[in-house]
Design a protein around this ligand. Structure first.
Ligand SMILES: [Zn+2]
Length: 460
């Protein structure tokens, strides 16, 4: 079947109309982003933030669906013509950093990763792209997604949600993927804040993926002074395990960008009793899935070695953290064109590989995806001195750049979007992806006590 492809039209007028519509609502969009900054809510608790996002969508005549993966919101607009489906995403959640001066005094929540500007720039893009004169030039469809829980925190709380059946995976985009919300999405875009304090919108190249482990060493309590020989010291097991993990580091290869950072969350109950219940949490991060699996296996070996040495039991509970991200070059280049139009050549750039992790990585394993970084912030992310410095750049200009990308992807019968989608070889299908996550999930219990029988049965 041959299809008549309309002559290439200039995208200039659609961009001007989108840009003017966003500019006309700039004060409101920045006000909304500041309001979310002032009311931070951590993942899967972003009820107010979600209401604000959905309310704004209704104000611009979109028809949002709410409570997706607990707090997610999605509004979809159709051009009425076949073509790719573009998702423009923003993340709803904050972190918890009580030391931040603007942290919520009750919960300690603070927007120290700047996700509040993401909801602002996603809605700004919605303002521009939903204009009838813009839509009339496009094919395909666009979804605006306010996604819960990108930060991988409060694991115990989320495991409770899992136990209650409210979710299966502990992050928002993972749940969107599980629930089928991205089944017919072809391309995904998101703009994150960047604390470089520069006038730039730079696409990120890649991130580490990670597996989260929560670990419990079970020993035996006894009088720590009077009869430690009757106890099994779980804290000593944890200490040895930590040394064992450090002893793996020389085996890691530079290109794999391994990061392993354990914390001790419970070291004992009372100083006069041999610690019998000691817990740790850790992330095992790497730039590719094989390196993640390899490093995780070495960590498990070290944890068991700690238990073995003192005769404790170790329970290792694994949660799939995030997939490594690998963002799409063609999509970045298309995005750069819009950035150049908006703030000039000096605003274009790349953020090199990051050893942090994001569930946008999961999306990037399945479809062409891009995550840009808007330079209007300063301080250390995830810390007490993070602040947004340039609201106009991070909300308005970033929103325009997202809108420009969607216009480029979906103009002229969606030819550029179709090209990118058609040429993309997905590392994972959604079913394969879900199977991989489930493979990373589970609890293993290993007892060092079993060696007692061995030791006593040997005639030395
Ligand atoms: Zn973030």
């Amino acid at each position: 079947m041959s299809r008549i492809i309309p002559a290439m039209t200039n995208t200039h007028s659609a961009k001007s109309a989108a840009s003017a519509a966003i500019a006309a609502r700039a004060d409101g969009l920045i006000g909304l982003s500041k309001d979310i900054w002032a009311h931070p809510e951590p993942g899967f608790r972003e009820h107010r933030t979600a209401r604000v996002a959905a309310g704004y969508m209704r104000e611009i005549d979109l028809d949002p669906r709410e409570n997706i993966a607990i707090t997610g919101v999605i509004a979809r607009i159709e051009t009425g013509r076949p073509g790719p489906h573009v998702a423009i995403m923003g993340e709803l959640d904050s972190l918890i950093v009580p030391e931040h001066t603007e942290a919520d005094p009750e919960t300690g929540a603070a927007h120290v990763c700047g996700h509040n500007i993401q909801i602002g720039n996603m809605l700004a893009a919605a303002v521009g792209l939903s204009r009838p004169e813009v839509l009339a030039t496009l094919s395909g469809s666009i979804s605006f997604m306010a996604v819960p829980a990108e930060e991988y925190i409060e694991i115990e709380f989320r495991e409770g949600l899992r136990a209650s059946g409210a979710l299966e995976f502990l992050a928002g985009k993972q749940e969107f993927l599980r629930l089928g919300e991205l089944d017919d999405v072809d391309l995904a875009l998101l703009t994150h804040a960047d604390a470089s304090d520069v006038n730039a919108l730079r696409a990120g190249v890649s991130h580490n993926g990670m597996i989260a482990k929560s670990v419990r060493f079970i020993g035996r309590s006894a009088h720590a002074g009077g009869a430690p020989h009757l106890g099994i010291n779980a804290l000593n097991a944890a200490n040895l395990a930590m040394q064992g993990i450090h002893a793996q580091r020389e085996t890691f290869q530079d290109n794999d960008h391994i990061r392993i950072h354990p914390i001790l969350t419970r070291g004992g109950a009372a100083v006069s009793s041999v610690p019998a219940n000691v817990t740790m949490e850790m992330f095992v991060r790497a730039a590719n899935i094989n390196a993640m699996k390899d490093a995780a296996a070495k960590v498990d070996r070290a944890l068991k070695a700690g238990a073995m040495a003192v005769g404790a039991t170790v329970e290792i509970s694994n949660s799939p953290g995030y997939m490594p991200s690998k963002f799409h070059n063609g999509l970045m280049e298309l995005y750069d064109e819009g950035v150049k139009e908006l703030i000039g050549e000096s605003g274009v750039g790349r953020m090199p590989h990051r050893t942090s992790s994001t569930d946008m990585g999961d999306v990037s394993q399945i479809m062409p995806a891009m995550q840009s970084y808007a330079g209007g912030a300063r301080g250390r992310t995830h810390s007490d001195d993070f602040d947004i410095t340039d609201w106009h750049l991070d909300v308005i200009v970033a929103g325009k750049a997202l809108a420009y990308s969607a216009i480029e992807l979906l103009s002229n019968n969606g030819v550029r979007g179709r090209e990118i989608v058609g040429g993309f070889e997905a590392p994972l299908t959604i079913p394969d992806y879900l199977a991989t996550l489930r493979e990373f999930q589970g609890t293993e219990s290993w007892s060092g006590e079993q060696l007692d029988d061995f030791a006593t049965s040997q005639p030395f």
